[in-house]
Design a protein around this ligand. Structure first.
Ligand code: SAM
Length: 295
């Protein structure tokens, strides 16, 4: 196992980044009011669930635990499948009675093997904002469509990178600089800075119905504010080095990391007492029970 092809992905895949993804998952759950799956999606009889671009598999780990609670027919087995373009961050998922759990290598831009087609009651995708070029989203959405059963739902969560801000005016200069580097490098690499609207319109074109976007601000409730600051700080720390390299402001990784650390040291000072956060956009849609204009 390894990687399938060269890619544009902007984050590293080391142990530190895996730990960040796992912490991020817990924070996101808090931001969503502890809902792993959006309240509008029926939870009964979810037997077959896929998580694309699964990373460490952390979302799937929690899904494996909650599926058994939601399942009205506990004697029927359920199946969870996590896939990613790289297996470098896969972590073992504890076995659950009555569940088959698999992790596999799969580029979400490539068609899935036939045995996955029409198989899933629910497909989850999260945080490909730093990985998919603008023209690639519809390929991934089409693959989500193909692996869902008629009537199945998808949930796709992305950051709105433009929404990064503090509650003070003027904004702290280090926040403006860090956000600017991030937005400039995403734009330069032909990546969206706020993918949700494009995911929704692409899903509409492909034939999904019941589409809507739910926005969650990371500072919406007081107890989230310290977590939000810590999450944003870690996220920027991970994203700034590659942004500096893409923008030609640093030529080597070591130099880029040093520059990022300096900027983030100022950020930590300037933002120590202020609220800093961002908006997560969650796109939800349903594959029609009957396909009229199947692509
Ligand atoms: C920021 S991580 C998010 C991981 C996970 N979804 C989560 O929320 O914890 C992005 C993941 O997308 C994967 N990825 C990037 N390009 C991909 C592609 N074309 N197909 C499948 N996975 C991809 C990366 O390997 C990485 O694991």
């Amino acid at each position: 196992m390894g990687e399938i092809q060269p890619e544009i992905y902007i984050l590293s895949r080391d142990a530190e980044e895996s730990a960040r993804l796992n912490r991020q998952h817990e924070i996101l759950l808090e931001i969503y009011g502890n809902n792993l799956i959006h309240p509008s999606i029926p939870k009964e009889n979810l037997h077959s669930v896929a998580d694309l671009a699964t990373g460490t598999g952390i979302w799937l780990r929690d899904a494996a635990t909650v599926l058994s609670m939601w399942n009205r027919n506990p004697s029927s087995p359920y199946y969870l499948h996590g896939s990613d373009i790289s297996s470098a961050q896969f972590q073992p998922i504890p076995a659950q009675a009555n569940a088959e759990i698999q992790l596999s290598l799969q580029n979400c831009l490539e068609p899935f093997p036939a045995e996955h087609h029409g198989r899933y009651d629910f497909v989850h995708v999260r945080l490909l904002v730093g990985a998919l070029r603008k023209g690639e989203y519809e390929l991934a959405i089409k693959n989500v469509f193909d692996i869902l059963r008629p009537g199945g739902y998808f949930q796709w969560e992305e950051i709105d990178m433009n929404s990064i801000r503090s509650d003070i005016s003027p904004q702290p200069p280090s926040l403006i600089e860090a956000r600017g580097l991030l937005l400039d490098s995403l734009n330069k690499s032909d990546l969206y800075t706020k993918p949700a609207g494009h995911i929704k319109s692409g899903a509409e074109r492909i034939g999904f119905g019941n589409l809507h976007i739910e926005e969650y601000n990371s500072t919406a409730r007081p107890h989230l504010r310290d977590w939000s600051r810590a999450w944003l700080t870690q996220g920027l720390q991970s994203l700034i080095p590659m942004s500096l390299i893409r923008l030609g402001k640093a030529s080597e990784e070591d130099v880029a990391k040093e520059m990022a650390e300096e900027l983030m040291a100022v950020f930590k000072r300037e933002c120590a007492e202020v609220t800093v956060g961002l908006t997560m956009d969650m796109v939800i849609g349903r594959k029609p029970e009957r396909l009229k204009n199947a692509l």
